[in-house]
Design a protein around this ligand. Structure first.
Ligand SMILES: Cc1cc2nc3c(=O)[nH]c(=O)nc-3n(C[C@H](O)[C@H](O)[C@H](O)COP(=O)(O)O)c2cc1C
Length: 323
């Protein structure tokens, strides 16, 4: 155990979260994270309907008795195409205690969730968005820096600066996200004033992550120099692995391609196909700079255990410094 306000608030053993990934965050994987003592998160918009989300929640509960969260990714492009009202109704009726919102202001849903006693973590990429989430009533913010896989925002502020900036500005607990993959990172996040870490890329490369073994091997072999940002020309940057398909997207962006031309090459279905086929070269696959710290494919349990051992060893080492 390592107790922080994150572990107390969510009833977990360790201050480590796997936040929602579209298509990947399904029952067996989320249950493996939860059974490891960390906070697993199901992805709502992986499910086509509220009832499908209910089934996924039941399946997760069959596999774990531990708490887990549900992610609502509120990207403007998603809002019109997914049944968010139904997701929220199912979350509440199923007694889910923790929701992670991301992608846009949680204002439209937060009041309903809070009235039902759900704890809301809002994931965001800047001080101003963290302040706004606090104002809307979020219980915690997960701040994700420039290193992050997926959407790191447009401000390009790395976690080393963003996390303490947000800690200084908000009163609610701050979970550090973007670039965290081991116990040194968790110890650093705690030193910066965060209450724990969120990890995406690290959890993507685990035994239980539902992607092809070749994709896991390819990601484990990649380095911190192997990611880049696409879709910056659309004002909605996405950090992805550098692949031939990524180069093609960047080339089109340089030539002034618009959303309609780019979308078929960067859509979630395209990267998900690359991850499940193991052919990483086929798509710009969301991945973070933390790839430089990822060299193997542990079980979620082994990952969490060794991360905690390294966190404790790091804190001890710092405690032994002669001052
Ligand atoms: C393959 C993949 C898919 C993702 N999909 C989502 C998503 O649907 N919604 C979301 O809020 N974040 C998504 N993310 C971002 C992660 O939840 C997490 O915030 C991010 O990976 C943290 O940074 P890190 O990768 O440096 O640990 C995704 C990340 C990856 C690697």
């Amino acid at each position: 155990m390592l107790s922080t306000s994150m572990t107390d608030m969510f009833g977990i053993d360790y201050p480590i979260m796997q936040s929602g990934f579209r298509y990947i965050s399904r029952a067996p994987f989320v249950a493996a994270v939860a059974n490891a003592g960390a906070l697993g998160t199901l992805s709502a918009h992986t499910q086509p309907t509220g009832e499908a989300l209910r089934e996924e929640i039941h399946e997760t509960r069959r596999l774990t008795e531990r708490p887990f969260a549900v992610n609502l990714t509120l990207l403007p492009a998603n809002i019109a195409s997914y049944p968010y009202d139904d997701y929220v109704a199912v979350i509440i009726s199923e007694g889910i205690g923790i929701v992670e919102t991301s992608g846009a202001k949680p204002a439209a849903y937060i009041e309903r969730l809070k009235k039902a006693g759900v704890k809301v973590i809002h994931k965001c990429t800047s001080v101003r968005h963290a302040l706004s989430a606090e104002k809307y009533g979020a219980d915690a913010v997960c701040v994700t820096g420039f290193e992050s896989a997926g959407h790191p925002g447009e401000d390009d502020v790395p976690s080393l600066v963003l996390v303490p900036r947000v800690v200084d500005e908000v009163k609610i607990p701050v979970i550090a996200s973007g670039g965290f993959a081991d116990g040194r990172g968790l110890a650093s996040a705690l030193a910066l004033g965060a209450v724990g870490v969120n990890m995406g890329t690290r959890f993507l490369v685990t035994q239980e992550s539902p992607i092809h073994a070749d994709a896991k091997a390819g990601l484990a072999a990649a380095s911190e120099r192997d990611t880049t940002l696409i879709a910056r020309s659309l004002g909605d940057s996405v950090r992805v692995l550098k692949t031939p398909a990524t180069e093609e997207v960047l080339e089109l962006e340089r030539a002034g391609a618009d959303k309609t031309a780019l979308f078929p090459l960067i859509a979630a279905d395209v990267w998900h196909q690359a991850l499940t086929s193991g052919r990483l070269a086929d798509a710009p696959v969301p991945s973070g700079i933390a790839l430089g710290l990822i060299h193997d494919v542990p079980t979620c349990k082994d990952l969490v255990q060794r991360m905690m051992a390294q966190t404790v060893a790091t804190i001890d080492r710092l405690g032994n410094l002669k001052i």
